[in-house]
Design a protein around this ligand. Structure first.
Ligand code: CA
Ligand code: CA
Ligand code: CA
Length: 104
C-alpha cells in the first residue's frame, strides 16, 4: 500500500487578516495534523505518514473560534507521484504550499 508522507507546510499568506492562522490538514476525511499556529513566510514540520489506496485527497483548513473554520483548498496525491511533490492551497485569498512524497 502506498504511503503519503507529508513533510512540511509553508505559509506565504495567511487567511486571517490579523495575526497567525491555525492551520490543520485532513487526508481522505481524517484529521491528521494541527491546528498549528503559522504566519506569513513561516513554515512548520508536518511529518505525518498516511497509507492510502490509489489517491489521497488532502484538504487544508484554518481554524477559527468565533466563526466557522475556513476551507483553504484541496490537492489530490496519486499513487504514481514520484519524488518530492508540492501541493498548492489558494482558496480564500490564502497561499500555502505543502511538500510531500509518495512512497511505495
Ligand atoms: Ca479565519
Ligand atoms: Ca483563525
Ligand atoms: Ca472563518
Amino acid at each position: 500500500m502506498p504511503t503519503l508522507k507529508l513533510r512540511n507546510l509553508r505559509c506565504f499568506e495567511t487567511e486571517d487578516n490579523w495575526g497567525a492562522d491555525h492551520a490543520y490538514l485532513v487526508v481522505n476525511g481524517r484529521h491528521v495534523w494541527g491546528p498549528t499556529r503559522i504566519n506569513d513566510n513561516q513554515w512548520r514540520e508536518v511529518n505525518v505518514d498516511e497509507p492510502f489506496t490509489s489517491t489521497a485527497t488532502i484538504e487544508l483548513y484554518e481554524k477559527d473560534d468565533s466563526d466557522p473554520d475556513d476551507y483553504l483548498g484541496t490537492w489530490v496525491a496519486r499513487e504514481n507521484d514520484s519524488g518530492e511533490q508540492r501541493a498548492f492551497f489558494n482558496a480564500d485569498d490564502a497561499h500555502y504550499e505543502l511538500f510531500y512524497e509518495v512512497v511505495r
